[in-house]
Design a protein around this ligand. Sequence first.
Ligand SMILES: [Zn+2]
Length: 432
Amino acid sequence: MITPFRLHAALLTPLSNERMAWHPHGALVVDERGSIAWRGDEAALPETFLPLPAMRSPHVLLPGLIDVHVHLPQLDCRGKFGASLLEWLDRFIYPEEMRFADEAVARDVARRFHAALIAAGTTTAMVYGTVHERATDIAFEEAERAGLRIILGKVLMDREAPEELLESAIDGLSATERLIERWHRKTPRLWYAVTPRFALSCTTQMLTGAAVLAKRHDTYVQTHCNESGGEIARVAELFPEAAHYTGVYEAAGLLTPRTVLGHNIHTDDEQLAMLRAHGCAVAHCPDSNLFLGSGRFPIEMHEHHGVHFALGSDVGAGTTLSMFHIMHAMSHVQARSLHPFEPLYRATLGGAAALGLEDSIGSLDAGKEADMIEVEIEQSFCRGKRLQDLSAQEIASVLVYRSANQRVGRVWVGGEKISERGGTEDVPTPSV
Ligand SMILES: [Zn+2]
């Protein structure tokens, strides 16, 4: 239970990918359960809420940002240039993930990772761990301590990776089931995602076993799909019976309404129709796509087939946890400027919809959890105007297109303030 309060601020919140609600002189009431009891123009605030303690913010209030694809163990690997996806994994990522056999490393990185999410204004994330059971426990412990909403899973790999990271399908699936029993819905903010890394690193036995666990325990599923040419060619060699990459996951039973597939760049009509039929969502990770040169995400094809997508940082192929930067990168990948409402939606309400959580988070609507962040708007953008004199489009535009300068202030999850001050830096220093 928390002490109810009202917060007076300029409020911007998505209604869809084309519409935002903008209250330049807004107010929002948080009830004792941490839910939003009311939101609107402060002049219309019902009298019944007037006795509540009041706070006023000089900044813009947004819903907490949502990152639907990020790798916790790759926090310190950002910006390591290594050519294509598969070569980058071998040279930088697999050696780094081996370090997570050491509990001290797992603890240090998990703690800094969650602090960095908060600093960036991200309140919900869907996260890949490493293959290590103990490191995954530690990641969940630190997520719980941070107060964030986290969907997390231990990575499964039983082939095509260094020996130190491989396990038998039986061992990997047994560890996964123990983790599900310990962590899935342990609190209202924690969920498990069954996490076969990608088809390339998993045998059919591992993939089908993973699907059985996800179904038995009603968990999320996360994996990668159709990211790069080399990866797709190798999957075709390993699964000659499959018509295509997406078909490998369908045959295993991994396509569900709670499945989020990372990337899906080099896809086609048949595969998108398959994703649509199963109600899967896609994590679009534009900064990662630029870094690895993976290709242009086909927005129009996803829209045409009605396949929902949202934004992911994909750290460490993504270079930052700042979802403002990821929103900006979305337009770079398309090589055109997008209306700023589109990327802002994909990192808020659109992210919630990808996770099936749109009824509880993603916007500042009455009845939802009070996940919210303050963001300072640069004075130089206002040019003598007050913040309240700007339009919703101007506010969204400065948030998305001056992404390098965003300063996150206070951060709340479920009405509970988890940070007095976010920050501009998302790179705490390693201690191990
Ligand atoms: Zn990834």
